[in-house]
Design a protein around this ligand. Sequence first.
Ligand code: KIV
Ligand code: ZN
Length: 538
Amino acid sequence: MNTEHDGSGKVKFFDTTLRDGEQAPGYSMNIEEKVRLARQLEKLGVDVIEAGFAIASPGDAASVEAIAKAVEGPVVASLSRALVKDIDAAWAAVKAAKRPRIHTFLATSDLHLARKLKMTREQALARIADAVKYARNLCGDVEFSLEDASRTDPDYMCRAVETAIKAGATTINLPDTVGYATPAEIAAMVGNVIGRVPEAGSATISLHCHNDLGLAVANTLAGLAAGARQAECCIGGIGERAGNAALEEIVMSLRTRRDCYDLDYAIDTKEIAKTAQLLSSITGVKIAPNKPIVGRNAFAHESGIHQHGVMADAKTYEIMTPESVGVKKTALVLGKHSGQHAFSQRLRDLGYSLAKDAEDRLFASFKVLADRKKTIEDRDLVALVDMATGHAAGENDWRLDNYVVSSSNKMFSTACVTLVKAGKTATESAFGTGPVFAAIRAVEKIVKRPFSLDDYQIQAVTERRDALGEVSVKISDSTGTYRGRGVSTDIIEGSILSTLDAINRMLAGSGAALGSGAASCVQRSFEDDDLLRGRTDR
Ligand code: KIV
Ligand code: ZN
């Protein structure tokens, strides 16, 4: 029996959005963004935040340390291979946390041992014992993961688990690293460890399921039903390849089907929508409309039969309420006649509490928007807040003053842009194959810092013709890769704002760069970049 040190049927939520999630392409974040997300994860009530992989790069180590200092409630963990130098780096990064954890791992399947690690089973057991003992001498909370556990021989798995616990591991994680297992196999794997390893009762058994076959959440739930008490997961199910189990799907399954699971958790489900929204606005990666729990359509009822049923009794087609995950339905429509009181109330209803001056600035932006757009929906407000709470514009940042573009299907587009910095204005004009291209070139000429435009995305925030356009860009130079966002009813303005947001981060220094591979970028200008794509027709 798994008796658990902390008793009971409480599931610990171990969030690895900032480690496994951040490893996925498109999800890299800078330190400030990681800390912001970590603070929201704390509000969400996760038990453990895996803040990064400290040995991976100085940037990773710095963000783990910053998160360790920034949050108080959750345990803060750093991943480390079963190597002294990794464990030392992990400890150096997490030791400032109120509740630090070292998370070390070694693969245990014969395939990984023979082909990747070139180790025998006995050598691996010795390495597990050494690594866990070493980590435990540094930190009272040590998790050991048997990488590729779901393809590990069950007898050998028991020996590895016993070795790790005897060496001092307090949590044993059994990952389905390649997303291969079925729910019945995961339940059997957990049952095997709990039933056959006498020491298992003194450690928390954890699951970490990948989603390659779309089974990550089902597998995690099967493991919890079989006695595991920690679920490793990511917001929105992001992560390596097809991702990890989605935190919100696991917790809402536990909540909605309490009759099946009868397990407690500390997650405040009302913070789910806001957390998913924050991740999306930080990374610029949109949430799929049909994503369970957090997608735009998750609570939308389109068909007449469904609408009729929901109007008669919401339970006919709703197994959980939008309010339970923090999605608020509103009868209040904001527009240009709305006053600050209604505006502030709506922000509070959406879960934002901003300082008075930040709220005043936001209200001014709201009024500008309301002049251009008839009704302001919650999604517009969220976009405005995300813009305002992203990179706080400093004294030395470039800001847009005005621009004029001319565009035609027969000629090059031209743009004349005026920017302001520290009270001084600068104007440049440029041409390009389109107005966005021309405007960004003019901006690049003014700031005199060549960059390459690596990604440009534009999306309407809401549906109607007067919708806000949200532009996300990624630019890079030799110092790193930088993300920027801009929101406007005018796509040229949105494009300039997002480029300036990224440029201001670039000029602020490498602390604002994304991920760790950024410094390897070759310095080339936006123009060169475009030439590389074969657009020489300027
Ligand atoms: O998928 C996996 O096995 C992992 C481990 C390092 C925990 O991410
Ligand atoms: Zn993983």
